[in-house]
Write a protein that binds this ligand. Sequence first.
Ligand code: ACO
Length: 355
Amino acid sequence: MLRSKIGGIGYYVPEKVVTNDDLTKVMDTSDEWIQERTGILERRYGKKHEETTTTMAARAAAVAIERAGIRKEDVDFIIFATLSPDFYFPGCGVLLQRELGITASEAGALDIRNQCSGFLYGISVADQFIRTGMYKNVLVVGSEMHSMGLDFSTSGRNVTVIFGDGAGAVLLQPTEEENKGILTTCLHSDGTYAEKLALINPGAHGGYHAKQLEEPVDYGYPDSKYGDMFVTQRMLDEGMLFPYMDGQFVFKMAVQKFPEVILEALGKAGLKKEDITMLIPHQANLRISQFVQRRLGLRDDQIWNNIQRFGNTTAASVPIALCEAYEAGAIKSGDLVCLAAFGSGFTWGAALLRW
Ligand code: ACO
């Protein structure tokens, strides 16, 4: 049976380290608060004007491609997951293709807007393409330059302290080896609570405020010559251009959905939680990961956490953590690796891989 395996994997994080103490210089927060609530000690920020979501993705992708032992030109499809794209449009998929210098092949590029679960959705889509024989070298990337879109004033502190920049990539290839590669993927979503973790301005909604959902806000441009998707002075003045998160609500949903979807994937593959060698959870918050670890009865060496050093890198967090675990020798041939993510949308998913 044709399956997809990870032929190559890579990640990239920017050099600049931003500690919790660094953040206390610009907003009212503390190292103690951040560590206690999130487990984060530091995160990386990309270099403005030099690094972007796409350039970081290219660095990670180049490593994945090299490890897969193929030429860049052999990539026949690109899947790019991010919530912090370089441009509103076009998406980062084509920008990555250009950055890698592989436009001549005219390989397809697809952008995924599923935030924290974007990479999980990406490998699931790639897996279907490979299983049907449509593509042989699919590049799946998650990359985020969050530092460009955060509110560094005290009013943004509950969100800003959590996020960091970085990129991760895998090159998926077909394999006919018995019991190897992606065994199954499970994807879910529920749009009921879309605004609980969202960045809604500017948008085509015509006037909205994440914190006042019942009372749509008119930004004052119906009579102007501009459409409603443009940024207005009022949006700037009222700080409406930043992400909004109902942290406690997200926490409650995450600790419910993570174990649920992992157990679902195990059931689908005819496996049990005791079969998991390594869990790579989306690095949402160390407290969420520790809750999931306890629910599944996993030892400390069966879960990979790096949020302490990188913060939450959204679509990039799973491939970065997977790559780190692989490079550290914590994943070996034959191991059962479980990837899982939950985030904005809400969207969530899990994948089981036999390494
Ligand atoms: N520093 C200091 N104080 C802060 C900060 C900060 N960075 N942020 C918020 N506070 C204050 C608040 O103002 C509030 O003060 P008050 O009591 O005087 O009003 C107090 O801390 C408690 O605020 P809450 O928002 O209730 O804090 P909570 O205990 O819920 O912790 C957190 C916030 C860490 C975000 C938590 O809700 C959480 O872990 N949520 C899960 C969501 C998550 O992890 N999201 C990650 C991204 S989404 C994803 O990847 C799935």
